[in-house]
Design a protein. Structure first.
Length: 264
């Protein structure tokens, strides 16, 4: 049974790069399974593992269930949480610097004020997660942040871009569909081919960000700083591009559906 569950999860992760396939796969996953709702360790046991970890022997929580725990303020720096499940878990104020959270499940988890600098978040599920005020600078963030709250987050140099080496497995990229990024700092962020449909980026800092070929349909960039940002071949259908700061003539000339964007 356990192998069957992991097989289903693996299949989902392979296809989540496509918007339509991601939604249908989510609909087919039973989020009431023990794997998705139970915890096999207590906070004290997690803290003990972290305390015993070293730089050469980091704490390893691979495939473990940590759902619903209060793990706020703990230091997971360098830890390995690959394919772990921590849905609804409180990580507020915790540290995940240089940690590996690839392919993990973190639905509705609380990362507010947490530090994930340089963390690997490849294909992690962050649906409806709270990252308000979090620090994800230089993280590899090709994860699914659908409806996540990243208001005021530090995303400088974060890499949401598509992994073009695994096209046979679907387009693996950062998904920020309907995410809140108001006031977020995305300076120098790599967002090529990222999915930002209906995302809120009001007053966000997109200075020198690469949004080439990104999907921005219905997104709101009102008041955003876009000096040096690249929008080549980005889809700006119904994108609100009002009161932009630092915009230059011709900056959106090569964007797709230029005439369908909202400029005033």
């Amino acid at each position: 049974m356990t192998r069957a569950i992991f097989a289903i999860l693996a299949l989902f992760l392979c296809f989540q790069g496509s918007a339509g396939l991601t939604q249908s796969a989510m609909d087919g996953v039973d989020l009431t399974l023990p794997r998705m709702v139970e915890a096999e360790l207590t906070r004290e046991e997690v803290a003990d593992r972290l305390a015993k970890s070293t730089e050469t022997n980091p704490a390893d929580f691979t495939r473990m269930r940590l759902n619903g725990l209060d793990l706020s303020g703990l230091d997971f720096s360098g830890a390995i949480l690959r394919a772990a499940a921590f849905n609804g878990t409180d990580f507020s104020g915790a540290r995940f610097d240089d940690a590996v959270l690839d392919q993990a499940w973190a639905l509705k988890s609380d990362f507010s004020g947490a530090s994930l600098r340089g963390a690997s978040l490849f294909q992690t599920q962050f649906h409806n997660a709270d990252f308000t005020g979090a620090d994800l600078e230089n993280s590899r963030a090709a994860a699914d942040f659908t409806r996540a709250d990243l208001t005021g987050a530090n995303l400088r140099g974060a890499d949401f871009s598509a992994d073009m080496r695994n096209q046979s497995m679907g387009l693996m990229r950062g998904v920020l569909r309907k995410a809140l990024l108001d006031g977020a700092d995305l300076t120098g962020a790599l967002m090529s081919r990222a999915d930002l449909e209906f995302a809120k980026l009001r007053d966000a800092n997109l200075t020198d960000a690469d949004l080439s070929m990104a999907t921005l349909g219905g997104a709101d960039l009102t008041g955003a700083s876009v000096a040096g940002a690249v929008f080549d071949k980005a889809d700006i259908t119904s994108t609100r591009l009002l009161a932009l700061q630092g915009a230059t003539d011709g900056q959106f000339a090569d964007a797709r559906n230029f005439k369908r964007a909202i400029w005033k």
